[in-house]
Write a protein that binds this ligand. Structure first.
Ligand SMILES: Cc1ncc(COP(=O)(O)O)c(C=O)c1O
Length: 401
């Protein structure tokens, strides 16, 4: 059967508007579509393909596990899940791990755990969750309500309650809301979907202190920033501020669906048998790939490489800007990169993304005025140079109009 973009409109729910390009093959940071047209991938499946496409360590782990056992349910545990949990515990602040299938599910678990912990320890009244405007935490009804854009949660009937939003990077705004009935503060150390904007070190430190003062749990949503994206295994390590709960997904599976919630023994013990669960959480295939991803990324070569490659991106984008004058600011937090458009191009990030695709470059947007890149953490330098050359042509085309 001939598969074309029009089949999408015929058979798929219309909640996405995908590009007309249908990729069929990927290798490293290159992707080919049905017609054999080649693209350089600066998108990484939205910060997912941390080792590019078909990395041998991930392919090997998947194939190896595929010949052993695929699924068991949580009635029995399995070796890959325990090995991945052990690797995450060894590499982070965490003492306990819960596996899910996505970022939203990891966050859902974190929020439910925070509510349960507070109820058990302090009583029913301690149920308030604080998060931040422009934050993004997923699309389940709980997580999308905690997210900081009400447009995403409006129109679905009554919302989960006791959720309030403070201003990101504004400690006074949090201070005005937080109180002894706050059970948790959920924050992305770097807002990804909200425009690639990092929390200041002072803000993150202040949030930690306010949580401690009110016995509220601090939840870091590292779904986008985790697994090496910033040049640290997790962004919290760069800030030197430790959360009580951390969620990770996207790059954790390098393209295979998996999410995880990490926490301490003292907090984890409140999710007793029967309180939460997931059929596929801890699936052996996902965990085998996840273990290979974590082991490959958590090395000095890869993590230091992220910092060096980030500099290449920054220099290249500044050079493009010196010529075409389109960006107000270039933000590089490791390989989470946001080029903020100048007011005269405000709202036009999509135009840049489409123009990039026309030049054989896969890019992303974050909101309507930031062009975002989240490439493979091991993208060859030559692909960065060539991808940026393609991007420069795309920028020139947008500027020409
Ligand atoms: C910070 C953050 N949290 C949560 C999510 C949701 O993850 P998922 O789409 O895997 O449910 C995302 C996805 O973009 C994200 O960037």
């Amino acid at each position: 059967m001939q598969v074309s973009r029009s089949l999408f409109d015929e058979v798929m729910v219309p909640n996405y508007a995908p590009s007309k390009i249908i990729p069929v093959k990927g290798q490293g940071s290159r992707v080919w579509d049905q017609n054999g047209t080649e693209f350089i991938d600066f998108a990484g499946g939205i910060a997912v393909n941390c080792l590019g496409h078909c990395h041998p360590a991930l392919v090997g782990a998947l194939k190896d596990q595929a010949d052993k056992i695929w699924h068991l349910s949580n009635v029995m545990t399995n070796e890959p899940a325990l090995l991945l949990a052990k690797a995450l515990v060894d590499a982070t602040f965490a003492e306990k791990v819960y596996f899910a299938n996505s970022g939203a599910e990891a966050n859902e678990a974190a929020l439910k755990l925070a509510r349960r912990y507070a109820k058990d320890k302090y009583g029913e009244q301690k149920d308030q969750i604080i998060s931040f405007k422009q934050g993004f935490h997923g699309r389940t009804f709980f997580t999308v309500t905690v997210g900081g854009q009400s447009a995403y949660s409006d129109g679905f009937g009554p919302k989960p309650e006791a959720i309030v939003h403070a201003e990101f990077n504004n400690l006074a705004s949090l201070k005005a809301i937080i109180n002894d009935n706050t059970c948790a503060v959920m924050v992305e150390p770097i807002q990804g979907e909200g425009g690639v904007l990092a929390a200041t070190a002072e803000f993150i430190k202040g949030v930690r202190e306010l949580c401690d003062a009110h016995n509220a749990l601090l939840i870091f949503d590292e779904v986008q920033t985790g697994v090496g994206r910033t040049g640290d295994l997790y962004a919290y390590m760069g800030y030197g501020v430790t959360p009580d709960i951390l969620t990770t997904a996207k790059a954790l599976g390098g393209g295979f669906p998996i999410g995880a919630m990490l926490t301490t023994t003292d907090i984890a013990k409140h999710l007793v048998v029967g309180t939460h669960g997931s059929t596929y959480g801890g699936n052996p295939l996902a965990c085998a790939v996840g273990l290979a991803a974590v082991n490959t990324v958590n090395t000095p070569e890869v993590l230091n490489g992220v910092k060096a490659k980030a500099q290449l991106f920054r220099d290249g984008l500044e050079k493009i800007n010196a010529k075409h004058n389109v960006f107000a600011e270039v933000r590089c937090y490791g390989l989470l990169i946001g080029a903020v458009l100048k007011p005269e191009y405000s709202g036009k990030a999509r135009d840049f993304m489409v123009a990039a695709a026309d030049q054989g470059l896969m890019a992303l947007v974050a909101g309507t005025s930031v062009v975002r890149f989240a490439p493979s953490l091991v993208i060859p330098d030559a692909d960065i140079v060539e991808g940026l050359a393609r991007f420069e042509t795309a920028v020139a085309n947008v500027v020409k109009g």
